[in-house]
Design a protein. Structure first.
Length: 463
């Protein structure tokens, strides 16, 4: 084995490998230097000696040494042995040895029951209609790339809103995003500044996209409070509201309060950011007009940006969403999206358009409503659960702080994921503790098993 500075060099060459011999030798020297076998300024065997020992041509060794010189691992001087670059850090090998090798990520367990709002549900990647739309998109030329969203996708979203919600939207007012958080960040990039009013309690998802902003919570624990709106009016430039699914129960803001909210926003020149989270999964089919619709239909001068997402319906694995905005704010958003480029792949946009156009999403929503009705039946069958408050589309089990932590930990250990009730509150005042479950996320047999487990852990199991 060749030696350098009194050390044997463990170099392995595989003549059956598809990798060229010079590349193999380069890789071996990189390894020896990075692991500290060869030290800075240490001589390496001559090309003649190395070639004789390994049984390869001298030209192969010289080619490898030249490449290592270009990369900065070796230096050559006239009438001197080729050496390891003396300017390399001496800690290179030590730090490499201390650092554990990377491990591949683990796949999530398939038997996890995810009852967190906004998660779970049936996977669209296994749905024939979605898979067919995806396959078809691979054979379809999406055409010229439109950074605001491919025309077919924007038209399909407008049609979806018309048929399902009775909402008339110009496709030109639709801007595609990769989800609600991306939509909010696009607003900030487009120049929205100042403090942001947020519901308290409210869904924590969008708050995570606003951690670099000054947030002004306003109390909605008893519904929309006009006194609270008057308090924050002079303080904020925008408010984020979820009128179609209010935290934590998923209740809906009545139309009269929606109108008052829009009137307040117009009077105070406050932008309304309407988070349309989970609106299509309503148990009842009654359609409540969106804030965006009401502002246009009633001629209220409030600026509204409607934030829509398909991530709740299609799971977060399919990160797709959209903004609806017109007028000056719409033009600013369009200019910003154009500068940034498309929010997600035009191929995925084509698949989404095909899926919407085929009625796949409407059928999926219908299945979700049937699953919710079945979940209500399972809940009635299972019987009382200690601390349960059921006033909307989610289940809330109220406890003290320590009990809430214990329940989440023990349920997770049994493969059942639930959300924290306290996560919906901003600040420490009047925080309620407990867990939140989206019981329509699971099919009836799975939900029955999960609710029995919750009963046992809360001490309410049937005798």
């Amino acid at each position: 084995m060749p030696r350098a500075a009194g050390l044997s060099l463990p170099i392995e060459i595989d003549r059956d490998s598809a990798m060229p011999l010079p590349d193999q030798l380069v890789a071996e020297f990189r390894r020896l230097i990075s692991t500290g076998v060869l030290h800075p300024d240490e001589p390496v065997p001559s090309s003649r000696r190395m070639s004789a020992h390994l049984g390869i041509s001298r030209g192969t060794v010289e080619t490898a040494y030249a490449q290592l010189g270009v990369e900065g691992y070796l230096v050559s001087r006239e009438r001197s042995a080729t050496r390891v670059n003396p300017d390399l850090p001496t800690a290179l090998g030590e730090s490499s040895r201390r650092r554990p090798p990377p491990t591949p990520p683990r796949r999530p367990a398939r038997d996890v029951i995810d009852l967190r709002p906004g998660f779970g549900g049936d996977n669209p990647l296994r749905e024939p209609a979605f898979r067919r739309a995806w396959r078809d998109s691979l054979d379809t030329d999406p055409g010229p790339i439109d950074p605001l969203g491919q025309p077919g996708a924007r038209w399909a979203i407008a049609e979806h809103l018309r048929l399902l919600r009775g909402t008339k939207v110009d496709p030109e007012d639709i801007i595609l995003t990769s989800g609600s958080r991306d939509g909010v960040r696009l607003l900030f990039t487009a120049g929205l500044d100042g403090a942001i009013g947020i519901e308290n309690p409210g869904f924590p998802g969008l708050r995570q996209a606003m951690t670099d902003r000054r947030l002004v919570p306003f109390d909605v624990s008893a519904g929309l409070d006009e006194a609270e709106l008057e308090r924050i009016g002079p303080l904020v430039s925008a408010v984020v509201v979820t009128p179609n699914h209010q935290f934590p129960h998923g209740t809906t803001l009545p139309v009269d309060r929606r109108v008052r909210l829009l009137g307040w926003a117009a009077e105070n020149d406050v932008l309304v950011i309407e988070d349309d989270y989970d609106s299509e999964a309503r148990y009842r089919r009654t359609v409540v007009p969106t804030l965006y619709d009401l502002a246009v239909a009633l001629g209220i001068g409030a600026q509204v940006v409607h934030v829509g997402t398909f991530s709740t319906l299609l799971t977060s694995a399919v990160s797709t969403g959209y903004l609806i905005a017109h007028g000056p704010i719409g033009r600013r958003l369009a200019d910003t999206r154009t500068a940034l480029g498309p929010a997600f792949s035009p191929v995925m946009q084509t698949a989404l358009a095909s899926y919407l156009g085929s009625g796949g999403l409407r059928r999926r929503i219908s299945r979700g409503r049937r699953r919710l009705r079945a979940a209500e039946a399972v809940l009635a069958e299972v019987g009382p659960i200690r601390g349960l408050v059921h006033e909307g589309r989610t289940l809330v089990i109220e406890t003290d702080e320590a009990e809430a932590g214990r329940l989440r930990t023990e349920l997770a250990a049994k493969g059942i994921l639930v959300a924290s009730l306290a996560a919906g509150w901003s600040g420490d005042s009047d925080v309620r503790h407990g867990i939140v479950l989206a019981h329509s996320n699971a099919e009836a047999p799975v939900l029955r098993r999960a609710l029995r487990t919750v009963q046992e852990l809360t001490g309410q199991a049937a005798d």
